[in-house]
Design a protein around this ligand. Structure first.
Ligand code: SAM
Ligand code: SF4
Length: 439
């Protein structure tokens, strides 16, 4: 009989990469994906803990699986950051969960639950061994994909005062170049066109061992030399405090590096940045942006903004508005502050009322929408290279493609173009998406 699984992934790209790795392993062990959750013997929720909203979505799904279980028995497994954060209490609170897999228990999970001899009834009282340190899987993409996530780091040492990540993912470790190159060799052989190197702060990548010392620019230069058939390389995320001159030189000199930099600023007020423990001031961030733009004028800059941090005054907020107006980012992920238990900021008074947080966030979103649109309008008439990703959801004679600056373009064309590079002229802007013509 077929062993069927269902997996739901929440949160960041790292979680997506880890879910892909798990799917690869499950396939090796003879598991197959179910078409709907009610067919599955094993249900896995790969969770996020960065904001309370991410956790409440998962709580909703646990409720759903609890009622589904009455009709269709299955093993419900929680993994990811929420599982790590609440691993001591979650099972008692939510008895419908059979297994909570912490960040450092993933290998034990693979060896026990995915083993062909495993019976779902044996998860009762199962204690997964802690492997002590994080180990990277060997593959993080699914068969047939033409763009692939490649984790190069895990964890974080920065302890931004609002952020739960260092507590649930542990200290930063850099993956060995040997492992990275093995994964890239496989991806290049399969014809993968684009890779996205992942880490909470890729600029602090540093591998020491086997007589070598490699930093992130060094790693990038080796990747482009050894993997010439991978067309585009992206990376996420860059902490502004660690973006070196050598890194800017790489962006300037290496054609395969996409001219897009996600550089989260979080806030526009230096006193707030200090309390966030970001380790740069507003002025230092603005100087960095100027330096990058002087060297690479065509680069697209995007950011994260976190509004409503404890103690944020109207002036601090207006400084953030002013920073957005000054930098004119192409896009921004905008959030309002959620206190996370265990972080430094949790000890500070959450002084900005929710209504004010929402009002300020609304203003930031509207401003950024206007700026993003104005920036995009300047791009009409440009000839750009795109990677074609999928058939458009609106018309099946049109395709959805992405530029190296991470802009979406609709182009008429045959489905055979999917997974291939094409040159297009941007002719019109519809909402956030360009219309393009192949040239
Ligand atoms: N490592 C990345 C960096 O340094 O920018 C960010 C990773 S974090 C998981 C993604 C984003 O979530 C952050 O940039 C921040 O804006 C947001 N975030 C983190 N903690 C938050 C909190 N307590 N409340 C709301 N948003 C938060
Ligand atoms: Fe969180 Fe800061 Fe680490 Fe990013 S750099 S994961 S925001 S602690």
């Amino acid at each position: 009989m077929k062993k069927l699984y269902w997996i739901e992934t929440y949160g960041c790209q790292m979680n997506k990469a880890e879910s892909n790795a798990l799917i690869q392993k499950m396939t090796e062990y003879g598991w197959e994906p179910a078409d709907t959750p009610d067919q599955a013997e094993l249900v896995i929720l790969n969770t996020c803990s960065v904001r309370a909203t991410a956790e409440s979505r998962v709580r909703g799904r646990i409720g759903y699986y609890k009622s589904l279980k009455k009709k269709h028995p299955h093993t419900l497994v929680l993994m990811g950051c929420m599982a790590e954060r609440l691993k001591d209490t979650l099972k008692a609170e939510e008895p419908s969960i059979d297994l909570v897999v912490g960040t450092f228990q993933k290998e034990a999970f693979l060896h026990t639950v995915l083993d062909p001899c495993w019976e779902s009834s044996s998860s009762e009282g199962l204690n997964l061994e802690d492997q002590g340190s994080y180990r990277f899987a060997s593959k993080h993409s699914l068969e047939g994909e033409f763009k692939a996530f490649v984790p190069i780091m895990h964890g974080c040492n920065n302890f931004c005062s609002y952020c739960i990540v260092p507590y649930v993912r542990g200290r930063e470790i850099s993956r060995s170049p040997e492992e990275i190159f093995q994964e890239l060799t496989d991806l290049q052989q399969k014809g993968v066109q684009e890779i996205i190197l992942l880490g909470q702060n890729v600029n602090s990548y540093r591998y020491e061992g086997e007589g070598i010392l490699l930093d992130f620019p060094g790693l990038l230069r080796r990747i482009v030399k050894e993997f010439p058939h991978i067309g585009w390389i992206r990376f996420l995320t860059s902490h502004p405090k660690d973006l070196s001159d050598e890194m800017i030189r790489c962006l300037e000199e290496i054609p395969q590096l996409c001219k897009h930099l996600h550089l989260p600023v979080q806030h526009g007020s230096s006193p707030i940045l200090r309390r966030m423990n970001r380790k740069y001031t507003r002025e230092e961030y603005l100087d960095l942006v100027e330096k990058i733009r002087n060297r690479i004028p065509e680069i697209s800059l995007t950011t994260d903004i976190l509004i409503g941090f404890p103690g944020e005054t109207e002036k601090d907020f207006l400084d953030t508005v002013n920073l957005l107006e000054t930098v004119r980012f192409d896009d921004a992920f905008t959030y309002y502050y959620n206190p996370r238990e265990g972080t430094q900021a949790y000890e500070m008074e959450d002084s900005v009322p929710r209504s004010v947080k929402l009002e300020r966030l609304g203003k930031i979103i509207d401003l950024q929408k206007r700026i993003g649109k104005e920036n995009k309008e300047q791009r009409i008439g440009h000839r750009v290279k795109v990677l074609v990703e999928e058939v458009s959801k609106i018309k099946n004679t049109e395709l959805l493609a992405r530029t190296e600056r991470d802009e979406m373009v609709i182009v008429p064309g045959p489905q055979e173009w999917i997974g291939k590079f094409r040159w297009v002229v941007l002719t019109e802007l519809k909402g956030n998406t360009f219309l393009g013509k192949c040239v």
